[in-house]
Ligand binder design. Sequence first.
Ligand code: PHE
Length: 340
Amino acid sequence: MLKEKIELITAQGLEAIEKASVSSELNDIRVKYLGKAGEITALLKSLKDVPPQEKPAIGKLVNDVRVKIESALQAKMQAMAIAERKAIEEKERLDVTLSTKEEEQGALHPLTLVKNDMLNIFIGLGFSVADGPEIEYTKYNFENLNIPQDHPARDFGDSFYISPEILLRTQTSCVQARVMEETKPPIRIVCPGKVYRPDDDATHSPMFQQIEGLVVDEHITLADLKGTLEEFAKKFFSKETKVRFRPSYFPFTEPSVEVDLSCAMCGGKGCRLCKGTGWIELLGAGVVNPAVLDMCGIDSKKYSGYAFGVGVERATMIKYSIPDMRLLFDNDVRYSKQFK
Ligand code: PHE
């Protein structure tokens, strides 16, 4: 009787294991047969009622069924784990030979690159970098720079006014007025920043950037200005670049000069870029007008200075022979990319 029961349990157990398709089923089977109240456990317990002479044989049978069920469970468990792993691998398979999508790396805008280049040259020449507001009082943009009320540059049409006393600065020269008011000489600064004028064509934009330079100390002359700008031009453009001063006029400098560079394209012979002159106009500069020094609280009998203002867009256009300033503001990545 017991023997048949054992055979039945063995057959049923092995069949159930065979049929199981998920590991939770195997767990249930383990509990059903080998658990505390399991069928094989019950068989083991019932051994005590078996007559002593039959005990070894029956005991062996019970033990065999236990071993069979246990090893069948284990084998099925392993097979299932392998199958599951395979299924996951199949589903999450990575094809490492597949070509990847190329990521574009960002870069600084050409005007930022050029501005940084220019600043670094001046820093190398001993200048420090100063800053000033873009929304400015007319006092700093005009009055303290010796631009009186009736000066043509103060026309409402030439500037973006916010109120009669406040405007978007038209030049970074207002920073020299501010710095001189706050600092005692020696002064040696460059101030980069945006300026605003209502012009808009191929060589003018309503917003553009300038770098203003200011040096104030004892015995500063036009020769110091020339030496500094020559050094700058050689570093920024090329060793062959020559610098030429032409007389000009700015209310805040006296004398004032327009600074030209020898044309890099033709080496000074004359070409389309320099309109046949061999020279390209780069910036305005001059010796600080003593009246400006006095207005800004610096003793013009003891100190003198020079100032210059250079357009970042203009310098970029000259350096890279760019025909239209708007190319720099269109933000067409295909264009900007070339400057990386
Ligand atoms: N601020 C002048 C301009 O915008 C340039 C300049 C700066 C000239 C400093 C002389 C001295 O045109």
